[in-house]
Design a binder for this molecule. Structure first.
Ligand code: ASP
Length: 357
């Protein structure tokens, strides 16, 4: 827990720590002189609400059709509707993020659950995490197969075990004890992802280079949600198939608590998407929360400093969505687009695709 510092933009408290932190805050802000795509919208004290993403990357109108765009907006709206309904009815932020992520895991459009990308061996290995900002409890799974909704398995790990992170067969066996829904491998077959694998393998053969570097479309479509409920609790969840043609048991940032997923009532709830290795090395989700806690930066400043500062300096692409305890939100990316949306108490849902939307 953060000891004394203010955690939301309109906090009436000005602590000694935050005054001492001003120079650091200035540095954090200077890292981001030309932040683009930051969308601090609504959030003017919203009592509850949620933000979601469906992956960031080279998403441009040229790579899209109007029909495809409409499909994405519809899927995002459906996910927002499920999460929002949970919050409106007084449900927890944890249940809301899980409900929103399940909708996107069930859609073939996103690289999570049903639409997961293929490994080099032609399998689908799924990563997911969920975190409760009130208790700091978290659950995560890595490299699981045959699980329809990995976010639900992550929740089972959080709720039913003394552990945080389980991988592979062990996680699957554990989930079976709690009747997690299993599906055949055909469930995850989508023509588009299969073709992406063939292209990746061909490119690899031609260049003899293993796919260690993020290329357009290789990871596109990771999903995530962050929510604030009526009780003032925050939660975050993220789910992904990882990277096309991944191998050797590669697990990305998504289930690494603090890298792709983090929530703390004292700061914010956050889910990220992008080049996982960089998000792990920079502990991106936690860094954003920590900047808020240590420097008093608001959620937008903290997210921008990391996504447009730290990551851009390392040529790492991606984005993040976050909501703080005061209902302030940010949806930001250093890529041309990020499937995303938000809905705050009493407001209409908003969905967007391109950076300038
Ligand atoms: N971060 C995910 C991973 O590296 C991919 C993504 O977000 O697109 O596994």
């Amino acid at each position: 827990m953060w000891p004394t510092v203010p955690c939301v933009r309109r906090s009436p408290f000005v602590s000694v720590a935050s005054v001492l932190a001003v120079p650091f805050l200035l540095v954090a802000c200077q890292e981001d002189p030309e932040a683009q795509g930051a969308v601090p919208e609504g959030g003017d004290g919203a009592e509850y609400g949620l933000v979601i993403h469906g992956g960031a990357g080279t998403i441009t109108p040229e790579n899209m059709t109007p029909e495809r765009e409409a499909e994405y907006h519809e899927a995002l709206e459906e996910a927002l509707a499920e999460g929002y309904r949970t919050l409106e009815e007084g449900g927890s932020a944890l249940d809301a993020v899980s409900a929103a992520v399940v909708v996107m895991e069930d859609s073939p459009l996103f690289n999570a659950g049903r639409g997961a990308v293929f490994t080099a061996e032609g399998t689908n290995e799924l990563d997911a995490a969920i975190m409760d900002g009130e208790s700091l409890n978290a659950g995560a799974v890595g490299g699981v197969t045959g699980i329809r909704n990995p976010v639900e398995l992550a929740r089972i790990v959080m709720d039913e075990s003394p552990h945080v992170f389980m991988v592979g067969e062990g996680a699957e066996t554990f989930g079976r004890q709690y009747a997690v829904e299993e599906v055949d491998e055909e469930y995850f077959f989508t023509e588009e992802r299969w073709e992406a694998l063939q292209r990746a393998l061909e490119a690899e053969e031609e260049t003899s280079v293993a796919p260690t570097v993020l290329e357009d479309g290789k990871t596109l479509g990771t999903v995530g949600a962050a929510a604030l409920d009526r009780n003032g609790n925050l939660a975050a969840a993220t789910s992904t198939g990882g990277m096309t043609a991944k191998r050797f048991g590669r697990i990305g940032d998504v289930p690494v608590i603090g890298a792709g997923t983090y929530a703390n009532n004292e700061t914010c709830a956050i889910s990220t998407t992008g080049h996982g290795e960089f998000f792990i090395r920079n502990v991106v989700a936690y860094d954003i929360c920590a900047r808020m806690g240590y420097t008093g930066a608001d959620v937008e400043e903290a997210a921008d400093a990391v996504i447009h500062g730290v990551l851009v300096d390392q040529d790492a692409s991606g984005g993040a969505i976050a909501i703080d305890g005061g209902g302030n939100i940010v949806l930001t990316m250093n890529t041309p687009g990020m499937y995303r949306g938000h809905r705050l108490a009493g407001e209409d849902p908003v969905t967007a695709i391109y950076q300038d939307d």
